[in-house]
Write a protein that binds this ligand. Structure first.
Ligand SMILES: [Ca+2]
Ligand SMILES: [Ca+2]
Length: 434
């Protein structure tokens, strides 16, 4: 496997939009070989800390999920595959720490498998999560319906029939001491609500989307919170019609923001206010076409929101500060880049699943492809004065400290000397940083 720190030898820079300053590529995976002749989706990924789970595209039954780990050196290496010898796509998936959950929606057997990385380095299935309550085949664990945060997993089944046709359910599971899982609570929707078509859990908050039947009035999002006794209860609900003219299809939640996605792929985001209420929703643009779940286009942490590689900073107060687009470079000449799925790894890192398409014969028909996962890390060393902007004040310090020095604030690239390279670093990151 080729696993190496990405060297910027790219021959083509495909992002024409404003590049997100302060974000640099620290790792990139690439397949050993490109494949030609059949077109696959871009890799679908989930990430947490140093773990990145890569799942194949829809209808790509040859692809088995892969478990990767980012090493301290920054490189990303594959540690194993999941569900060997079994086709499972499409499926929802989530990872937190060294625990990964994969929905398994094959045929009429619908459940989710928990995988864990042991201290000895083995990756093994350690538990099976099953819906309860007499559920019939109902897309339990479908893409976008599996979410996990800490010891809590939430899995939806939008076609479940607890209250009539496609009312839908969401089940909450809790990981208890010893690594066992137990069913905790179940929430359901009204008839034709498609409740649970999208689920996101973060800490003590969970958002569930009900896609509705045909109108925005039928579609809604419900936020649940966990109380001190560990029980989850409805906190607030909002209809799609109160936000946009469309039904809802995706969601993401953190302690600082709530993101909802319309059926047309437009993102609407609101900040949590100090009193616990939601601020006004604002439109943050749409996503390019993809057959993946809209949840897979969102990476949300408490400090950052990324939508299709467009980065928004979430300051302590206020809304969403557009910080530009994560720039993808490729060494595949004359090809096209397709925006892949995206995931927050926490601690200022964002993982992007990418696919590069190109032609085997120089024609306009891109019949070949190469998958990659790219890890971006927020690094604003150019901001010498730490005031969130790279400007003349930073240059002033560099000029002031010009020459050899050790561990001094003007040595942006940390090579023990303040020189032209530090100056160029500042100039290339000019403007707001973070
Ligand atoms: Ca500065
Ligand atoms: Ca230097």
């Amino acid at each position: 496997m080729l696993r190496g720190r990405f060297v910027v030898s790219a021959v083509c820079l495909l992002a024409s939009e404003a590049v997100a300053s302060g974000w640099e590529i620290v790792a990139r995976t690439a397949e050993d070989t490109s494949t030609c002749g059949s077109v696959y989706e871009s890799p679908r990924i989930a990430a947490s800390g140093d773990v990145i789970i890569q799942v194949g595209g829809w209808f790509d039954e040859l692809e088995q999920p892969k478990w990767h780990r980012q090493l301290p050196s920054g490189e990303v290496e594959q540690q194993g595959t999941l569900l060997q010898g079994d086709s499972f796509n499409p499926s929802g998936y989530a990872v937190d720490g060294d625990v990964c959950i994969l929905g398994k929606t094959t045929g009429y057997l619908e459940y989710a498998l928990v995988y864990e990385l042991s201290e000895s380095g083995d990756i093994a299935s350690t538990a099976t999560l099953e819906p309860w309550g007499g559920a019939s085949p109902q897309f339990f664990g479908w893409p976008g319906t599996v979410s996990m945060s800490g010891d809590i997993a939430a899995i939806g089944a939008p076609y479940d029939t607890p209250n009539g046709y496609s009312s839908g359910s969401v089940w909450i599971f809790e990981r208890t001491s010893g690594g066992n899982w137990s069913g905790l609570q179940r929430f359901t929707g009204a008839s034709s609500a498609y409740f649970g078509c999208s689920v996101s859990v973060y800490g003590d908050q969970m958002v569930v989307v009900a896609g509705g039947n045909s109108k925005a009035e039928d579609s809604y999002a419900s936020v649940y919170r966990r109380n001190q006794s560990g029980q989850w209860a409805l906190y607030t609900s909002m209809t799609a019609a109160s936000i946009c003219d469309d039904r809802l299809d995706g969601c993401a939640i953190s302690d600082t923001a709530l993101v909802l996605v319309s059926m047309a792929g437009e993102h609407f985001a609101a900040r949590w206010q100090p009193d616990g209420t939601l601020g006004p929703f604002e439109s943050l643009g749409g996503s390019e076409y993809s057959s993946t779940s809209p949840n897979e286009k969102i990476a949300l942490s408490n400090e950052w929101l990324s939508l299709n590689r467009r980065m928004y900073r979430l300051p302590d107060e206020g809304g969403f500060v557009d910080s530009g687009v994560l720039a993808i470079t490729t060494d595949v000449a004359d090809g096209s880049y397709s925006s892949g799925t995206i995931a927050s790894m926490g601690q200022g890192q964002i993982a992007v699943g990418a696919i590069f398409r190109y032609s085997s014969d120089g024609s306009d028909y891109y019949d070949c492809q190469q998958h990659a996962m790219i890890v971006f890390e927020w690094n604003c060393d150019s901001d010498v004065t730490s005031d969130a902007v790279v400007d003349a004040a930073d240059i002033s310090i560099i000029l002031d400290r010009w020459g050899s020095c050790s561990d001094c604030e003007g040595d942006v690239n940390g090579d023990g000397v303040v020189d032209i390279w530090d100056l160029l670093d500042v100039l290339s990151n000019w403007g707001p940083c973070g």
